[in-house]
Design a protein around this ligand. Structure first.
Ligand code: IMP
Ligand code: MG
Length: 176
């Protein structure tokens, strides 16, 4: 009996690089004079934020927020708790939430509502991966990297029980 291991590669390193560059061009165009706050969702969005911010040749602020996670499980608990807050004041700022993956949408939806309550000028979302057909709540993804099938994935920030965030690609987790 071993721990599940990364298996089939769903998004290769080169595909990530190319897509992040495209997203960067779109976001840079839309936010050219807005000095947005990129809000990365810890821990999963770290590699994505790191690459995306360097693809944005505009003035911006980066900060991070942390919501409660699944722990060792592979499905949403439905409860979202803020465990680390932003350092910056987002009132009157344009906010772009950057997250790794949207599954049920509960996490991103809850985070968006929490940030909207602080009277920012706008809140939009940029998500690397969208699990098609899994949504339990309506949440708009304004900038999307890739749509993937309904499989548990790891790599490029995404973990299984704390492991595999460091992989430079996105892979399906092989069943035990
Ligand atoms: P949601 O609230 O169901 O949309 O789940 C969002 C969060 O669950 C993501 O930000 C991830 O942290 C985690 N998550 C969802 N699907 C996966 C996956 O396939 N691999 C790793 N983490 C996942
Ligand atoms: Mg996450």
């Amino acid at each position: 009996m071993g721990a599940p291991r990364p298996g089939r590669v769903l998004v290769a390193e080169g595909e990530l690089t190319a897509r992040v560059a495209e997203l960067g061009r779109a976001i840079a165009r839309d936010y050219a004079r807005e000095n947005p706050v990129l809000v990365g969702v810890l821990q999963g969005a770290v590699p994505f934020v790191a690459d995306l911010m360097r693809a944005l040749p505009i003035d911006l602020t980066v900060d991070f927020i942390r919501a409660s996670s699944y722990g060792a499980g592979t499905s949403s608990s439905g409860t979202v708790r803020l465990v680390a807050d932003l350092a910056v004041d987002i009132a009157d700022r344009h906010v772009l939430i950057v997250d790794d993956i949207v599954d049920t949408g509960l996490t991103l939806g809850a985070l968006k509502r929490m940030l909207e309550a602080r009277r920012p000028r706008s809140v939009r979302t940029c998500v690397l991966l969208d699990k098609a057909g899994r949504r339990e709540t309506d949440v708009t993804i304004d900038y999307l990297g890739f749509t993937i099938p309904n499989v548990f994935v790891v790599g490029y920030g995404l973990d299984y029980d704390g492991l595999y965030r460091n992989l430079p690609y996105v892979a399906a987790l092989d069943a035990i």
